[in-house]
Design a protein around this ligand. Structure first.
Ligand code: FAD
Length: 309
């Protein structure tokens, strides 16, 4: 718990980010969880996954942009990526995931409108490429704005997916509001430091909330995207899907690149739809520290990489 807190704090530290980013040996730790720095690396990872019968959602790494030009760069990176996916004939195997703070949310009073506009541009490009976009969920302070953006953009782009976190107490109400027929809803536990006022702080409560929300989602007409590596929750998802008569193409499992690849493979072999979240780009620091905080066992791996062993 202490290590987890230290790592969550480290994910916010600009000085530590600068130090790690300057350390070439850190690449070993990064490579396990990040597909590479360039769009071609992400496309290659998608091709590998497709060859194994799996789908992907690609995240251009970066969040909390500090300037509208950075938000524009991030948006253009997605437009380029979608073009590359279409050129490679892989748009049927991959969609994209976008963090609203990477494309403008948080940039003052105009940030929310800028992020909505940029996500709509990405959604338009995705539709042209014949694929979809999922709007990632971020820290608790951004949730209300992200859901407003989601509802606004979804009106014109019905394929737009959203993410809900079982750690947050508000999520039950949010699920009722988003889970319309056909809506793509990714359910995860939540990757951000919990605030006791708004979130469950005990793992057990986060897991129990996940099961409650999942049951509701599976009973609804929405399209459930079960984002977890938790063996118990994966099992429960399979049971709930069967009980509710959801066929193979009516829900999917989602896991992160480099996390439990054996389980990803096993589920795909069983005939389930599995989508792997593939992050790429040079701005990997915040993403990596969140992965380490979730599973401190990975810290040993990261330290060995840093030590060159
Ligand atoms: P945990 O509670 O971390 O772990 C439960 C159990 O799973 C462990 O006890 C272990 O048995 C198994 N396990 C977990 N990790 C490993 C591992 N590395 N190796 C072996 N076993 C393991 N969060 C957000 O806040 N916003 C998002 O938009 C978002 N998108 C996501 C998209 C995807 C596809 C996924 C998979 C996660 C996403 N997350 C997102 C992160 C998520 O909220 C959790 O922080 C993360 O998935 C860890 O929770 P968990 O459900 O995997 O289980």
């Amino acid at each position: 718990m202490v290590l987890r807190h230290a790592l969550m704090t480290a994910s916010e530290s600009g000085r530590l980010r600068a130090f790690v980013s300057r350390t070439p040996a850190a690449r070993g730790a990064v490579d396990r969880f990040v597909a590479g720095e360039h769009a071609e690396d992400a496309v290659r990872a998608v091709a590998d996954l497709a060859a194994q019968g799996m789908l992907a959602t690609i995240d251009h790494l970066g969040e909390r942009t500090l300037h509208p030009l950075q938000a524009e760069d991030a948006t253009r990176s997605y437009l380029v990526l979608l073009g590359r996916l279409a050129d490679a004939g892989l748009a049927g195997s991959a969609e994209v995931s976008v963090k609203p703070t990477a494309v403008g949310l948080g940039l003052g009073a105009e940030g929310e409108a800028l992020a909505a506009d940029n996500i709509a541009r990405i959604a338009t490009a995705a539709e042209r490429a014949d694929t979809t976009v999922t709007v990632d969920m971020e820290d608790a302070g951004s949730v209300a704005a992200i859901l407003r953006i989601y509802h606004q953009v979804r009106d014109d782009h019905p394929g737009l997916g959203c993410v809900l976190q079982s750690a947050l107490r508000r999520t039950e109400g949010d699920l009722v509001a988003v889970a319309r027929p056909g809506t793509r809803v990714r359910l995860c536990k939540g990757a951000y430091a919990p605030d006791p006022g708004t979130a469950h702080t005990r793992r057990h409560d986060v897991d129990t909330a996940y099961v409650r929300l999942l049951r509701w989602l599976m009973e609804s007409q929405a399209y459930p995207m079960v984002a977890t590596h938790d063996p118990r929750l994966i099992k429960i998802a399979g049971i709930l899907a069967a009980v509710n008569g959801k066929g193979r193409t009516e829900f999917e499992y989602q896991m992160l690149y480099g996390v439990r690849p054996d389980e990803q493979w096993r589920l795909a072999q069983e005939g389930a739809q599995v989508r792997v979240y593939v992050p790429y780009g040079p701005d990997w620091y915040g993403y990596l520290t969140r992965r380490l905080a979730e599973r401190p066992a990975n810290v040993g791996f990261a330290l060995r990489s840093l030590a060159g062993r």
